[in-house]
Design a protein around this ligand. Structure first.
Ligand code: MSP
Length: 670
């Protein structure tokens, strides 16, 4: 059987609600190393990453920043220091970057949603849950924390919302059968068992639309609904290849994906919902989904809300991109959680990169220059210890490749470093400085240094996918051509001549005690500065408040009896767009409007004719009381179906509440 010559690998698409942190870099760097490794092995690789840009959180962040959601995500994704800049800095060699706000992706999602609806896999129903008003989020029983909102800790109340559902449950048996027939589909193995247990509990259908979130892809046949995250997000893996759009034409070449790499908390969506969607679309399933662990800090997952994020750009600046890539790939057992700490990072840099790798290169190159002026002579004599070194080095490529196939990334690096350590030991065993003392040992000395150069050439080739900059620096010092660096040319003795040039130390050794003290001091200074800033802001706000004139207030405020929260929620306040508006010959007070309320057109008569002309209102978005019982007016000639919200003005006039253009008709007002 011909082995497939393509490799399609994906990272999750990231929420650009804030700047990305080192935890996000972890997944991306791992995928990058795999993509580079496969490319080196001659595969045609498609490495996809991108951003997942819709949803309430982004809408809220944008509103807080006073910009539109699109402006907000544009800045985080494309702006200076944003997602794309970070991936450039970290040498991420993605082939394609998808943004879920890209037109072609929106077109694909709408086609997919429509198809699933047309064939009965998506249906309309009612979403029941616990609603948290400030967070505008529905929660299930199991998501609540002590009966409260898991995000803000506030009260929730029972609520219902019309929504579309995808029939995930229908695919439960087929999913279980698929796992059984494709044992490598879900990895690691322990996580597969969690997925099976989840299905066996009884698989519920999945809510795939919202009416309360306007920043999303509209459901094509019912635009007051937007697609609720997962259909929009998961479809990226095929829309980015051109499925359902004309932007790209790579679906046939690359689908099904070879690997979806995801964090453990989203493995369920990738191994249950996504395959069920693909089954419904009658498309093949990805070969493998790998759920990796989290990078923890202070004992918990990094998150902005916990204030414990680590900025990857700052780390790269301080320690070099490759030091950070190495730490992420080597330190954390792939599949398990791992802890980020400055101590662990510095220890790794010093022991593996400065000591083992850096010293091997600098000692070898320095000795080749010192004893042979940089060019190794052709006359060489084999001797004791050579065979063992050659064996270890020669076996390294196959072992590293096997680890990479099994997604054992730290083990792959360990194999390289085993050979590096073996080569360092070889220097101690052969003691070139002692050989150099006697001219009779010249051929032997040449062989020792030649063997070391070959070992370093292997290390250069095999480290390139993990540490691209370092591999380039090594190649430069060793005088390697592109051909010398080819995966196919990895045969010990494959390069016969060496002319080396000494360069800078690959990784200068860090004085750990001094560095940690400096970091602690910098952290303290940061905390102090933040506290001082907060105190100054508080003081300024208090001063501003004291200086401000007392706000003017309406006179004779009329109070209503207090109502319960549940009673308040019974009043349905919604945004509607004024389609037509006219004065009535029989009334000086009333304007008659037709409005689109997100679902239908309705007529409302409003007593604002003295203050507004029809052209002031046509096309505008206004607030209405939508569930007010219809009221006959003008002796039954008209029926007003609701009320337009307006504030009383001091002169007895009215000021209508208008909403910005990007608020959709039908949006709830709270
Ligand atoms: N947008 C969704 C994914 C949709 S994929 C169709 C999402 N985005 S996310 O930005 O919240 O997370 C993206 C990835 O980053 C996830 O795989 C998540 O596990 C990973 N990480 C976020 N924090 C992490 C750590 N602290 N450590 C390791 N990975 C972490 O989920």
């Amino acid at each position: 059987m011909n082995e497939k010559n393509t490799y399609y690998i994906t990272t999750p698409i990231y929420y650009p609600s804030d700047k990305l942190h080192i935890g996000h870099s972890y997944t991306t760097v791992a995928c990058d190393a795999l993509a580079r490794f496969k490319r080196m092995q001659g595969k045609k690789v498609m490495f996809l990453t991108g951003t997942d840009e819709h949803g309430q959180k982004i809408q809220d962040k944008a509103a807080a920043a006073g910009v539109t959601p699109k402006q907000y995500v544009d800045n985080i994704v494309e702006g200076a220091g944003g997602v794309k800049d970070l991936w450039k800095l970290m040498n991420i060699s993605y082939d394609r970057f998808i943004r879920t706000t890209d037109d072609y992706h929106i077109a694909s999602c709408q086609k997919i949603f429509q198809k699933l609806y047309d064939q009965g896999d998506i249906y309309k129903s009612v979403y029941k849950g616990h609603y948290c008003k400030p967070c505008e989020s529905f929660w299930t029983d199991s998501q609540l924390k002590d009966g409260k909102c898991p995000d803000c800790g506030g009260d929730v109340y029972e609520a219902e919302e019309e929504a579309y559902f995808f029939k995930t449950g229908k695919y439960a048996d087929r999913l279980l059968k698929y796992y059984e027939d494709h044992p490598a589909f879900i990895q690691p193995e322990t996580r597969k068992n969690e997925m099976i247990a989840f299905i066996n509990q009884g698989l519920q259908d999945t809510c795939v639309s919202r009416t309360s979130v306007s920043w999303g892809i509209p459901v094509p046949f019912d635009p007051k609904h937007t697609m609720y995250v997962w259909v929009d997000a998961l479809s990226n893996y095929i829309s980015a290849l051109g499925y359902g759009n004309d932007q790209y034409n790579d679906y046939d070449a690359f689908w099904p994906a070879d690997l979806h790499m995801v964090g453990k908390e989203i493995l369920r969506f990738h191994t249950i919902l996504w395959p069920a969607m693909l089954m419904a679309l009658d498309l093949p399933l990805p070969e493998r989904v790998f759920g990796h662990g989290w990078l923890l800090l202070d004992g918990g997952k990094m998150s902005k809300s916990k204030g414990n994020v680590v900025d990857p750009a700052v780390l790269c600046e301080r320690y070099s991109v490759d030091a950070i890539r190495y730490f992420l790939l080597r330190e954390i057992p792939f599949g398990n959680d791992g802890v980020f700490s400055n101590e662990a990072l510095i220890a790794r840099i010093n022991s593996d990169l400065a000591n083992d790798l850096g010293n091997l290169l600098s000692r070898t190159v320095a000795m080749a220059e010192k004893y042979f002026g940089g060019t190794l002579p052709a006359a060489r004599a084999a001797g004791e210890f050579d065979d063992d070194l050659i064996k270890t080095v020669s076996e390294m490529p196959a072992k590293v490749a096997a680890c990479m196939d099994d997604l054992l990334i730290p083990q792959a690096l360990q194999e390289v470093f085993k050979a590096i350590q073996r080569a360092n030991k070889y220097i101690d065993e052969t003691a070139p400085w002692a050989l150099a003392k006697d001219e009779a040992n010249r051929d032997r000395l040449a062989m020792v240094l030649y063997n070391l150069c070959e070992a370093l050439r292997f290390a250069t080739v095999l480290l390139a996918p993990f540490l691209p900059d370092t591999a380039d620096k090594m190649a430069e010092q060793l005088g390697l051509s592109a051909a010398d660096r080819a995966w196919d040319g990895l045969r010990f003795g494959g390069k016969t001549d060496y002319t080396v040039h000494k360069g800078d130390a690959l990784f200068p050794r860090i004085d750990a005690a001094k560095e940690l003290a400096e970091l602690a001091a910098a952290h303290e200074a940061q905390v102090k500065a933040a506290q001082e800033k907060a105190a100054a802001a508080e003081k300024a706000a208090a001063a501003e408040k004291a200086a401000a004139p007392a706000p003017a207030a309406a006179e004779n405020i009329e109070h209503q009896p207090e109502v319960s929260f549940d009673d308040f929620c019974k009043v349905e306040l919604r945004v509607a767009q004024v389609l037509t508006c006219e004065t009535l010959p029989e009334s000086k007070k009333l304007l008659k409007m037709t409005l689109f309320d997100g679902e239908r057109e309705r007529t409302i008569l409003s007593g604002i004719a003295k203050w507004y002309k029809p052209e002031d209102l046509i096309g505008r978005k206004v607030g209405i009381v939508a569930n007010l019982a219809p009221r006959p007016m003008m002796k039954g000639k008209y029926v007003s179906e609701g009320m337009v919200m307006a504030a009383d003005m001091p002169d007895g006039g009215a000021s209508v509440v208008f909403f910005p253009d990007d608020v959709l008709p039908g949006s709830a007002i709270h």
